[in-house]
Design a protein around this ligand. Structure first.
Ligand code: ME8
Length: 664
């Protein structure tokens, strides 16, 4: 009885008493399987992933669903051009999408495909249910059809005779079809908007829906197609397939186990209604008008929120396959590593607008934020703890007024970050964390530990300063953990601490003492922009060239012997070798140069297996500045010959010589 009262009046308390966690169901849009997703589509998966991880960190019982939208005329056409069946085609693309989601660390609980048997069955049942209820009826349609958008338009909806959504040409089309009575639910939807002002975020997008669609009056929606086959058949009239948006939108309920006959799986009972659908601005109409209305017709509660994010647009021109400049997540990860890419895209997108991206600004952001602000703070703090206290960090409680501001910024960060996350202002949440890191860097300048170190009587003050810095890093890295988990794990390992619990972040001084590592790793090496851009431009150029033309070999200018003498070349022995997990092209080699051992990352994975190289003597440049590839610092470059057909061959000395021997 007692529990029941608490349940009614205070849900949080009820969950606490019953040791239950509050559920949180978050979804992305399901990506079309018409081709490889670009960085814009991938951004959405990273965004929703960060939101899901943050909720998990807060203690919610999260269910995070993503997946693929696999039916429709466009996909049927693409498969036919590729000369394969639609199913074979979508299987390939769905695998590629999963690979990319995994590469950027998308921690989904379910990856739904609209070709999944359970989903298809339920869509058929839903269609029938709505037909039997009278909300779907059979009629005939004459209108303008936009194939890429899979949408019918009336004459008056066209803009300059073209599709009002994408601006592409439309074709006149007439077909017998099933329609859904949209207008029947328009008033109820308006009411829902008014009663739930937070339903659509940002609010500017809600105004767009009201003024452009609800106020002018909703038209009945055509929800079947008979001009192509690649869709879910209407089971009682199989000339027709279900309209791809009705099919796709229902993924949000079928994925957790909705059953149109009422025999829902546990997941549905537990997780529906969704707490948030994360989608792009172009598909808000489908999610805030059609989707809630379908749900009303099915007597199902509506999702709590829909967040329509902006688009990532390429600075300096539209991403285009023919220009070869489409940015893909796997290329970015190859160059910069997973966490840097996640940080970059999350930081680049403001909430109310589109975000501009470019290769140059990825490099700038990594150098300024990740290397200079975050990486530097961590490495300076660890280095000073090692230098002055043999790695021991312990508060000596010699406080000064300057400490107060750092502590205030650190302890208020959790509230500020959470408030931004609750408003779906992800880039602002990240900047709150970086405000703390900046403040901590300023604290180093203010306290000048190197000056304190010169005065034995200031030893305890110095210990306090380093403790305050370490504690600030632990708080900051814990808040950053949902966004850059691998990097933050490295920080915790180097500081020899655990991830701080979310509930513990509002207090300064939770760390008792620790001994930091004596050999810290560089979190983000500073990147040489010019060098990377040279390589990126070469990649873009090679992709934009017609396949048949052979790349022209570049002739290099004559050099003096002094120029050549600057290069240090040596024979090295490969003692270990493995594939770089995140990359298709890279191998990580451990090589021996006499007494010295080094790590080298080389783009030869297509030419050699690791086993082929182990034990081999090879040649390498040993005085090249270290560079970070896929998060691994490479300390040299392996020499290779490249055949006409691009085959790579590692260069080895013709006679056996000691490793470490120099080459001249
Ligand atoms: O729309 N920047 O799939 P999709 C940011 N299958 N986000 C972008 C973007 C960009 N440049 N380009 C696209 C579909 N997106 C449907 C969804 S849901 C029931 C069906 C976003 O592969 C886009 O807004 O075209 C959408 O949210 C997601 O990527 C998938 O787009």
């Amino acid at each position: 009885m007692m529990k029941l009262c608490v349940k009614i009046y205070d849900k949080k308390k009820y969950l606490e008493i019953n040791k239950l966690k509050e559920k949180y169901y978050i979804t992305t849009a399901i990506a079309y399987t018409s081709g490889k997703p670009h960085i814009g589509n991938t951004y959405e998966a990273i965004l929703a992933d960060s939101m899901a991880r943050f909720k998990r960190y807060q203690g919610y019982d999260v269910f995070f669903q993503t997946g693929t939208d696999e039916h429709g005329q466009k996909i049927e056409e693409k498969a036919s051009v590729a000369g394969v069946s639609p199913k074979v085609f979508v299987d390939g693309v769905a695998d590629e999408i999963k690979r990319i989601w995994n590469l950027v660390g998308v921690s989904y609980d379910k990856f739904i495909r609209t070709t999944d048997e359970y989903h298809e069955k339920q869509v058929q049942k839903i269609f029938k249910k709505l037909y039997e209820k009278g909300d779907i009826y059979k009629g005939s349609y004459e209108g303008w059809y936009c194939t890429p958008c899979e949408s019918f338009w009336t004459e008056s909806q066209l803009v300059d005779g073209k599709c009002p959504d994408c601006g592409r040409p439309v074709v006149k089309s007439q077909e017998e079809a099933y329609f859904f009575k949209m207008s029947k639910y328009a008033d109820r939807l308006m009411e829902y908007y008014n009663e739930h002002p937070e339903f659509i975020t940002p609010v500017s997008r809600k105004n767009e829906m009201v003024n452009n669609f609800l106020k002018p009056g909703l038209q009945d929606l055509c929800v079947s197609r008979s001009t192509f086959k690649w869709g879910i058949p209407v089971d009682f009239d199989n000339k027709h397939v279900v309209y791809v948006w009705l099919d796709a939108l229902t993924n949000y309920i079928t994925g957790v186990g909705y059953d149109a006959d009422g025999n829902h799986l546990d997941g549905y009972n537990k997780f529906w209604p969704a707490d948030v659908h994360v989608i792009g601005k172009d598909i808000i109409r489908f999610h805030t008008i059609y989707w809630p209305i379908f749900l009303m017709a099915l007597d199902i509660p509506l999702p709590k929120r829909v967040y329509g994010h902006g688009w990532l647009l390429q600075d300096g021109g539209k991403m285009s396959k023919s220009k070869g400049n489409v940015m893909y997540a796997d290329d970015l990860v190859d160059y910069f590593g997973k966490d840097a890419v996640r940080y970059y895209v999350l930081n680049a997108m403001p909430q109310d607008n589109d975000g501009l991206i470019s290769w140059e600004s990825v490099i700038d952001t990594i150098n300024s934020d990740l290397a200079n602000i975050f990486g530097n703070l961590v490495s300076r703090t660890i280095a000073m703890s090692n230098k002055y206290f043999g790695g021991l960090v312990k508060d000596a409680n010699v406080n000064e007024p300057v400490d107060a501001e750092l502590k205030e910024v650190a302890t208020s960060a959790v509230k500020k970050v959470t408030a931004k996350m609750d408003e779906f202002r992800i880039s602002d949440a990240l900047s709150e964390v970086f405000t703390l890191f900046r403040r901590a860097n300023k604290y180093i300048d203010e306290t000048m530990p190197w000056v304190l170190a010169k005065d034995e009587s200031k030893k305890d003050r110095l210990a306090t300063v380093l403790y305050n810095l370490t504690e600030s890093i632990v708080i900051g890295a814990s808040l950053l953990y949902p966004f850059l988990s691998d990097t933050c794990k490295k920080v915790f390992a180097m500081l020899n601490v655990e991830l701080r619990g979310y509930d513990q972040l509002g207090e300064f001084g939770k760390l008792t003492q620790t001994t930091v590592t004596a050999s810290p790793e560089i979190l983000f090496a500073r990147l040489d922009g010019a060098k990377i851009m040279e390589s990126v431009n070469a990649m873009i150029a090679s992709r934009s060239k017609p396949e048949i033309t052979q790349p022209k070999k570049e002739e290099k200018p004559m050099i003096d012997i002094e120029d050549f003498a600057k290069v240090e070349l040596k024979v090295a022995k490969v003692i270990a070798c493995e594939k770089v997990e995140k990359s298709k092209k890279l191998l990580k080699l451990t090589v021996k140069l006499g007494e010295e051992t080094r790590t080298v990352v080389s783009g030869i994975a297509n030419a050699y297996t690791p086993e082929e190289l182990i034990g081999k003597k090879i040649t390498m440049v040993t005085n090249l500045k270290p560079a970070k590839l896929c998060g691994i610092v490479s300390e040299g470059m392996i020499l290779c010959a490249e055949g006409e057909d691009g085959t790579l061959s590692v260069l080895s000395p013709a006679r056996d010589v000691e490793d470490g021997s120099s080459i001249s």
